[in-house]
Design a protein around this ligand. Structure first.
Ligand code: ATP
Length: 567
């Protein structure tokens, strides 16, 4: 599983899906650039989401709000005070971890008394062994490593030392029964233990990226404005500095949703919408994550596709069930292996205090189940918070409460007075675009061995849903003959006019090799112009998944492909 994930990442890099950002400068951890094929795949996922949630409905409109968000908005929403994770620091490696994912001391029991000689340690793989060797050599106990063979490291027992007061160092201790244990802290090694000498107490850590909208450098501003007596008379230096910087404090938004809530009144006024209706937004969000994980699964900069669906309070249960199912169906519809997607309902203790329901959609990634989307019944907490902190009027007034026969209604929540006034409840669907891309790449990644050929090396077929595939069609001449090119150009032009990313593949590779290159990046169809095409204007259309070829008049190719691409 891990091996095929590595092969997938290698393919992504080699074929232009994903690059490490700023690679020529050594790269930036957690930052990725999307290559020519990655950008298409991402766009196709986004377009499918937008079609289904906006264009195919008459009750959802779109919005695109600012990434830079003023302090009061995120103070009101609770993010400034509560958008935190717990954090522990490893005093040895200087890395940060969430307590539940913290690395720790590994206790290695030995069968024999290691008073002298060598202790073998097995790392998960060669690379990890090298990293451990480096950490042990440089930070733990120089001279302790005697040799490294593949994933096995040998340590010299005599040179092990007691940890110093900072918890740095390793030691051998002897249990009562005389069986010795080696305590050692590895870089990135995960083995839970309750009482690690290398990890600090946990403390809350706000995940938002804070910055300042000010032409004057914040440090300069603080130096200029803060007098010594200010600092002395305040509770702490931090408060004094915060006060100076507060007017210019802004954040990169940690979710797109708040931009929707604060525009609620503008949208209802300009679009004449009334609940039930939704506002969709797709865009970048930013979180200073404690641990970045698994390529684009968890990154500081990512894209979200969010829908805020506003409803009357007495209908919120109904709409939560509706969106919970509808969003899950969307994931299944594009999957090769639907069984690798599941829904997980949150327990009461997992939900925000104002939420009455929350379900994650999860995908079975190579390292286990991971969240790709959350659907939540958020009550009217968000709108109410912004009402409290501004003069906004987010109240909906209805002369007559409509009771729809198709909607399950909680009659106890219908206001008695007329007209009925209420602050709408919101059902939110929040989906990570980058995680969706990674899930669909994992789902589509197939390695097959061609038993009939001489080459027994596995080759890759990326069985992406054709609607998501970056390149829809590769049009190619059978050979390098110039006579084939006019038809090639005509077919390509007719497909491009449909808005489908189409490439002309006239490289001097054998036709089979060209097909395989396109299987590898998920191109669902290849059109070949051959000698018969010159006589009767027909071309072959090859299907990626079956390898089957059909002949069509070149003008009919777009009709055939179009049928397969419709939702
Ligand atoms: P997690 O528990 O994995 O950190 P979350 O519950 O904090 O996720 P939400 O706040 O519900 O995530 O955000 C909605 C969606 O945004 C997630 O389901 C995920 O797809 C995506 N997402 C959140 N954080 C990140 C991130 N750091 N990198 C990539 N995608 C993210």
């Amino acid at each position: 599983m891990a091996q095929s994930f590595r092969a997938l990442l290698d393919l992504c890099k080699r074929r232009g899906f994903l690059y490490q950002s700023a690679e020529i400068y050594g790269g930036l951890r957690g930052a990725y650039d999307y290559g020519p094929l990655g950008v298409e795949l991402k766009k196709n996922i986004l377009n499918s989401w937008w079609r289904q949630n906006v264009y195919y409905r008459d009750d959802v409109v779109g919005l695109d709000t600012s990434i830079i968000t003023p302090h009061p908005v995120l103070k009101a929403s609770g993010h400034v005070d509560e958008f935190t994770d717990l954090l522990v620091d490893c005093t040895l490696t200087k890395e940060r971890f969430r307590p539940d994912k913290a690395p720790s001391v590994k206790f290695l029991p030995f069968a024999e008394k290691p008073e002298s000689g060598e202790i073998p340690i097995e790392a998960p793989d060669k690379e990890t062994a090298k990293a451990w060797q480096k950490t042990i050599q440089e930070q733990l106990a120089p001279g302790i490593v005697t040799s490294v063979h593949g994933k096995n490291i040998h340590l010299h027992v005599k040179t092990l030392v007691e940890p110093n007061e900072n918890g740095e160092g390793g030691s051998i201790t002897f249990k009562a029964n005389g069986v010795p244990e080696l305590k050692i802290c590895y870089h990135g090694y995960v083995e839970p233990t309750t009482n690690s000498p290398f990890l600090t107490d946990s403390r809350p850590f706000n995940l938002m990226f804070k910055t300042f909208l000010d032409p004057i450098d914040p440090i300069e501003r603080v130096i200029q404005t803060t007098k010594k007596h200010d600092v002395d008379s305040k509770q702490s230096t931090r408060e004094a500095v915060d006060e100076v910087l507060r007017p210019s404090t802004v954040y990169l938004r940690p979710e797109t949703a708040q931009g929707v809530f604060i525009n609620f009144e503008q949208v209802t006024r300009t679009m004449k919408t009334k609940p039930p209706f939704g506002i969709a937004q797709v865009g970048k969000s930013f979180r200073n994550e404690i641990r970045l994980e698994h390529g684009i699964f968890r990154t500081p900069e990512f894209e979200q596709m969010e829908l805020e669906y506003f409803v009357a309070p007495w209908e919120s249960g109904h709409w939560f069930s509706y969106w919970r199912q509808r969003r899950y169906n969307w994931w299944l519809e594009h999957a090769c292996y639907p069984k690798n997607f599941r829904q997980r309902d949150h327990g009461k203790n997992e939900m925000a205090h104002y939420a009455t329901g929350c379900t994650d959609v999860e995908y079975l990634y190579p390292w286990g189940w991971g969240e790709v989307e959350g659907v939540a019944n958020r009550g009217n907490f968000d709108l109410t918070q912004h009402i409290k902190n501004t003069n906004a009027n987010f109240e909906v007034v209805e002369d007559e409460v409509r009771i729809s026969p198709n909607v399950t209604t909680d009659h106890s929540l219908i206001p008695k007075e007329k007209p009925a006034r209420y602050v709408p409840h919101v059902v939110e669907s929040s989906c990570g675009l980058n995680r969706a891309m990674l899930a669909y790449l994992c789902d589509a990644f197939h390695q097959v061995v061609d038993e009939t050929g001489t080459n027994k090396q596995p080759r890759t077929i990326l069985k992406l849903d054709p609607r998501l595939a970056p390149i829809k069609c590769a049009v190619m001449p059978l050979t390098g003959k110039a006579e084939f090119m006019p038809i090639v150009e005509k077919v390509a032009k007719s497909l491009r006019r449909q808005g489908w990313y189409t490439v002309v593949e006239s490289q001097k590779l054998k036709i089979g090799k060209r097909y395989y290159r396109h299987d590898e990046v998920g191109t669902p169809w290849c059109v070949t112009v051959d000698f018969q095409s010159l006589e009767d204007g027909t071309v072959t259309l090859r299907d990626r998944d079956t390898g089957a070829q059909q002949r069509f008049a070149w003008q009919d190719v777009k009709k055939h492909i179009g049928e397969k691409l419709s939702d």
